[in-house]
Design a protein around this ligand. Structure first.
Ligand SMILES: Nc1nc2c(ncn2[C@@H]2O[C@H](COP(=O)(O)OP(=O)(O)OP(=O)(O)O)[C@@H](O)[C@H]2O)c(=O)[nH]1
Length: 306
């Protein structure tokens, strides 16, 4: 490198002095090989946000290329594991000696997972938006994992109202008659018999969990399975008619308001070992043009806030 090149970060004065909480880069394109329990190492196309604190008040700026190149080493020579992320943060700080005490990085990507159908034995891919965020502050490592899980929620109120209409229709059709099994059975199979259906909505829960700082391996599949098994009506991948019928049954047997979904997941995460959790429930209503939303957190002092 020619010695005459100006190096602003080293030589220029700051226009105004002061510390900054985070300085760095957002949306860095970064192919990575993800390592997570229960699945093969998976190539993902991540977007990374990389930051260090700027603690030296008179420094002009940080050295962005050093952050970028540390991430490039992660991309080209390592797999994405808790240990590798910690090494990246270590190198952010050692490459900013005298400037920064803290570093943080976030990776956003979609993780394709094989999902089994409900009954037919088929399989298909489903993508899950995942974020991994890690920080290192005065030697303290913090690691969190966020995933969005999409599911179907059927409105319990709408279901009750539909049942009432079905009962009324039954009353009108069969009042005063001695019931004939075959004709009731046939009537139940008509649109006039089941004349109202409750509305369902595609719903998304945004889950964030704080992992142990000594965590050796991610378990994204485990987290997704935990949430989907609890909600019972995850959006499906491969669907044959028998799967669709089972999905209808599961929806009918797991009616939920956003409060129900939030309480179910809160109880679930209370029983798990995560250091902290954050749950946001979004029911993208089909009755309304607005959404039904609920939040729940563990409630730790200095923990996640709803
Ligand atoms: N600090 C800082 N750098 C920026 C910004 N926008 C672009 N850059 C550029 O990021 C590039 C890399 O900066 P450095 O890491 O200091 O590059 P360098 O001086 O070649 O690398 P070192 O020799 O390791 O310091 C420079 O060309 C900056 O102009 C910004 O807002 N702040």
């Amino acid at each position: 490198m020619p010695t005459s090149m100006p190096d602003i970060a080293h030589s220029a004065d700051a226009l105004q002095e002061g510390k900054l909480d985070w300085v760095g880069m957002g949306n860095i394109e970064l192919p990575l090989l993800l390592s997570s329990k229960g699945i093969n190492d998976t190539p993902v196309t991540a977007k990374a946000d990389a930051f260090v604190s700027l603690d030296r008040e008179d420094a002009k700026g940080i050295h962005m290329s050093r952050l970028f190149l540390a991430l490039d080493t992660l991309s080209c020579e390592q797999t994405l594991t808790p240990g590798a992320i910690r090494s990246v943060l270590d190198s952010f700080i050692t490459s900013h000696e005298g400037l920064s005490h803290s570093a943080k990085v976030t990776f956003h990507f979609e993780l394709p997972l094989r999902r089994a159908s409900l009954l037919s034995g088929k399989q298909g891919w489903k993508n899950y938006p995942v974020s991994i965020t890690a920080s290192l502050t005065d030697g303290r490592f913090s690691l969190e994992l966020a995933v969005d899980v999409t599911y179907s929620s059927t409105c319990p109120c709408s279901a009750a109202l539909a049942r009432q209409l079905i009962q009324n229709a039954f009353e009108q059709k069969f009042a005063g008659q001695s019931l004939d099994h075959a004709s009731v059975h046939a009537w139940l199979g008509t649109t006039e018999g089941i004349l109202a259906t409750p509305h369902s909505q595609r719903s998304v829960t945004n889950i964030k969990v704080k992992l142990d700082e000594n965590c050796q391996a991610f378990d994204i599949l485990g987290l997704v399975n935990l949430v989907e098994d609890e909600l019972k009506t995850p959006v499906q991948a491969a669907v044959k008619r028998e799967d669709e019928q089972e999905f209808a049954r599961l929806n009918g047997q797991n009616l939920m308001f956003c409060e129900d979904a939030a309480r179910k997941l809160k109880a679930l995460f209370e029983a798990e070992n995560y250091q902290d959790y954050y749950i946001k429930i979004n029911h993208y209503e089909s009755l309304h043009a607005h959404d039904a939303v609920a939040y729940a957190v563990k409630g730790l002092k200095d923990g996640y806030r709803a």
